[in-house]
Design a protein around this ligand. Structure first.
Ligand code: FAD
Length: 346
């Protein structure tokens, strides 16, 4: 396989989820040239893939913000610093050299970086397939609902009992012609609040039930659902949403020689991994008491990137200062005397 050196940057951020995007902002503030790599075609990680339309209520400063809008704001926040986004490229190989690292991608590219911040979340994730009807993918069967407009006036069947299934059912209820949730267990795994909302909505709920057949030519127009102990029932269905969760594959990242415990990266309080120059933040990191939330990842990546800056600039402080004090223009060095400049001798 031929490789091309695409980027030679100070920092490579692996993972363009919310945490990686916020990391790109902080890397820019610290005047580090930055590339952000993601195997998905769109930035935003789990938010874009699984709940772009869901309202998020627990990001500091936003009483409520839609997933999609949060991702837009994060991109906007980092934009002045012009990070290079390399989307649709999975990081696979890591080489260590004297001046830093070289990361190769599944598509055959190579990025050289002096430091790396891994914000790979739950890894490259793949939707769990429906036990039957998988051949309808792209012909009415989907795993994500990136844009609800296409669902207006449709007969929708959502399969699954987790947060994505219920979020999508509740989101699409007002615009669907009919909507049914099919869940193979008696109890939902989703947030209790969503379960309550679902029960109060007009969504038809079939529990202890499975999709036992999918029909239509060329696109889905009917599904057969079997509720335990009953005969199969045929439902009209023009959009079939399989929200059965994901298999996450940390795959290649596990082979990078970084200390991993229970398939999570171990970091110290500076966000440093066991390999000097490689930092990590967000859902991919674990430690006792860790709470996997966007808010947590934002704090971790601010710490990781600023410590990566100090690693790359010996003698300079990891503390970026209070940004309103000086807010450097993109690409400009921080003003003399600011914490980004030389740290005072101790
Ligand atoms: C349905 C649902 C609802 C949620 N609701 C909330 C909520 O209301 N509030 C909240 O705080 N949290 C919520 N979360 C959790 C939140 O989404 C995660 O904590 C957050 O997305 C973690 O961000 P991250 O950037 O660390 O990882 P991710 O969002 O997982 O992003 C990681 C990115 O890294 C990429 N990647 C992985 N490996 C590679 C590789 N080898 N090469 C290239 N790219 C790679 C992936 O493709 C992905 O895009 C929810 C999660 C789900 C599933």
């Amino acid at each position: 396989m031929t490789t091309a050196t695409l980027e030679n940057v100070d920092v490579l951020i692996v993972g363009a989820g919310p945490v990686g995007l916020y990391g790109a902002y902080y890397a820019g503030v610290r005047t580090l040239s930055t590339a952000v790599l993601d195997s998905l075609e769109e930035p935003g990680g789990q938010i874009t893939a699984m709940y772009p339309e869901k309202a998020i209520f627990d990001v500091a400063g936003f009483p409520a913000i839609k997933g999609r809008e949060l991702v837009e704001q994060l991109l906007k926040q980092a934009a002045p610093f012009k990070p290079t986004y390399m989307l649709g490229h999975q990081a696979v190989g890591l080489e260590r050299g004297e001046g830093g690292f070289a990361v190769s991608t599944a598509s055959g590219h190579r990025i050289e970086a002096r430091a790396i911040v891994i914000t790979g979340g739950i890894g490259t994730f793949t939707p769990r397939p429906l036990p039957t009807g998988g051949e309808y993918l792209g012909r009415g069967l989907v795993h994500f609902v990136p844009d609800p407009k296409a669902y207006e006036g449709q007969d929708i069947v959502v399969v699954g009992g987790g947060d994505s299934a219920l979020d999508w059912a509740l989101m699409l209820e007002p615009i669907a012609r009919s909507i049914t949730v099919v869940h193979r267990r008696g109890e939902f795994r989703a947030h209790q609040h969503s379960v309550e909302l679902l029960k109060r909505s007009s969504v038809r709920i079939l529990t202890d039930a499975q999709v036992s057949g999918v029909h239509g030519d060329p696109d889905v127009d009917q599904v057969e659902v079997t509720v335990k102990g009953s005969d199969p029932e045929t439902l009209p269905c023009t959009k079939l949403i399989a929200a059965l969760g994901f298999t996450a594959n940390l795959g290649p990242l596990m082979e990078w020689g970084i200390t991993i415990e229970k398939r999570q990266i171990v970091t110290d309080t500076a966000g440093a991994t066991s390999v000097p120059g490689i930092y990590a933040a967000g859902d991919i990191v674990d430690y006792p008491g860790k709470v996997k939330l966007i808010a947590t990842g934002f704090g971790e990546v601010a710490t990781a990137v600023n410590n990566a800056f100090a690693f790359l600039n010996p003698g300079k402080s990891a503390f970026p200062g209070h940004l309103s004090d000086y807010a450097p223009e993109p690409g400009e060095p921080a003003p003399a005397g600011s914490p980004t400049a030389e740290a005072p001798a101790s």
